[in-house]
Design a protein around this ligand. Structure first.
Ligand SMILES: C[S@@+](CC[C@H](N)C(=O)[O-])C[C@H]1O[C@@H](n2cnc3c(N)ncnc32)[C@H](O)[C@@H]1O
Length: 125
């Protein structure tokens, strides 16, 4: 029997997160500018945990950030690579991040932790 991590991966490989295209990229780009103003992200290294197809990362790259996109779903990451050629793409879990502490200037994770069996662990990571 598959554990939750495997089931989540299979689910998002079968049904990668729906794509909203330029409209969604621009919506998130605008929305996040209140939380992450240009001076805080230009040239900075940002981790997008559960990036899926990378539409949120796309908007941050367009504003000058250097992105690492991490997700459990390989199918989602394949698409992420297509729209984020500049990003580092990592297959991994939010609950066991494969990076030393303090590796990033910022981390974002949107619509992800409630899909994990341990939100606290995800937040701690
Ligand atoms: C609802 S989508 C949100 C995608 C993206 N953050 C966005 O808002 O466009 C949830 C994503 O979280 C990923 N995910 C779920 N559990 C994960 C985990 N433990 N580690 C990494 N990614 C995970 C799924 O594969 C899926 O791509």
């Amino acid at each position: 029997m598959m554990d939750l991590r495997e089931r989540t991966q299979v689910h998002y490989d079968d049904y990668p997160f729906i794509e909203g295209g330029d409209e969604r990229v621009n919506w998130w780009r605008e929305y996040l500018s209140d939380f992450l103003p240009d001076e805080d992200i230009n040239g900075r290294l940002i981790l997008d945990v559960g990036s899926s197809v990378g539409e949120i990362s796309r908007g941050l790259i367009d504003r000058g950030a250097r992105m690492t996109c991490l997700d459990l779903s390989l199918n989602s990451l394949r698409r992420c690579r297509q729209i984020n050629e500049e990003a580092e793409i990592i297959h991994g879990s939010a609950l066991e991040l494969p990076f030393p502490d303090e590796s990033f200037d910022h981390a974002i994770s949107i619509g992800v932790l409630h899909h994990t069996p341990d939100c606290r662990q995800g937040f701690k990571e």
